[in-house]
Design a binder for this molecule. Sequence first.
Ligand code: AMP
Ligand code: GLY
Length: 429
Amino acid sequence: MKILVVGGGGREHALSWKIAQSSHTERLFVAPGNGGTELIAENVPIGADDVDRLVEFAIKESIELTVVGPELPLSLGIVDRFEEAGLKIFGPRRESALLETSKAFSKAFMKRHSIPTARYAEFTDLADARAYIEATEGGVVVKADGLAGGKGAIVCPTKEDALRAVEMMLKEKAFGRAGERVIVEELLTGEEASFIVITDGTHIVSFPPAQDHKPVYDGDRGPNTGGMGAYSPAPVITDELREEILRTIIEPTIRGMREEGRPYRGVLYAGLMITDDGPKVLEFNARFGDPEAQPLMVRLRSDLVELLLACVESRLDSLNPEWDPRPALCVVMASSGYPGSYRKGLPIRGLESAERLKDVYIFHSGTARKDGMCVTAGGRVLSVTALGETIEEAKRRCYHAVERISWEGVHYRRDIGDRALKRLKQGGR
Ligand code: AMP
Ligand code: GLY
């Protein structure tokens, strides 16, 4: 069949890499793709947010399955538009994607269905938000209601930080319309984990848990990014905890969405804090995580297209995918300056030699090809991923590959996997 992947990051390269291996795939297109997808698929120069042209392209090329990577097209209703045109597409409709695209919706939904999450209040008025913060004990997190590219949550340990954050959003409009409504919520402590499932609205297939690394520098210092590295499995999620997460978070969410008349189909990704008081939801995403998808795709042994088709055709109960028992670890190599501004077009050296290493997979995030050479074209540039018998071995293999690759100003975290190693040393699994 003819398949279209929408997006152009490391997540979409990993999805395309897996889709390209399926016996169902005859032709694979990626819009807009990157310097890595170009080698395994046909890049189409249409932006992921250009829904009109994507529908037109899918009709013209008789695309039989479209897979949406990022949240932006979901928020623009790409799934609704494709379905109206009679096209098969994997992802939630706009009304269901609200779980990610509106924090106000998502928090109120969790409250309605008693899904564990931080206590919160919602504001559009600056004076009200100030008064609430003044009366609060302990730190808070201030969040823009709408999409803000992963930068819309500000962790505020002190009252001053919180007052500054609401002012930035409600008065200075630093996040534009996305920040006209804000959530002020209780600051939770614990270890974070990404719990990802796919669902057809009724049935659920859960992926092995993963862990992301959002802050830009080692030791979780510096500003938040889209994600600087990930690994799977995440030892913090024991089998017992996994059952608890399914029972108290995932199942009630999918049931609740169905009961409210907006059945949820696609990826449901719960960003969790594992607190002393049990797992709590920090946020929902309506898509695969980036970079979590990279280690997950490397570990998936079953055919991804079959899984996605079963989801779109509401027969997910018939599938039970197989996973590589070995852990996978991914290190994101970024441009100098990221998550702030950065230069593009810098030549990348050492890719071929790194790619030859055993059990190493290199997914491109922001790259392009110029005169046959691979150059940087984004903030996050490469997602280097490796499998190993243990997390320690996966880490060693991954950094071995990372060290062979270079460009001017490249930077990456050197401690991806350390949290898991520490936990394992302390007597976890
Ligand atoms: P979000 O976009 O809501 O996932 O928030 C981004 C990041 O901010 C999360 O990955 C956490 O590191 C942090 N964060 C969000 N909400 C909270 C919270 N209630 N308590 C502590 N940290 C949080
Ligand atoms: N890695 C975090 C995200 O995809 O939102």
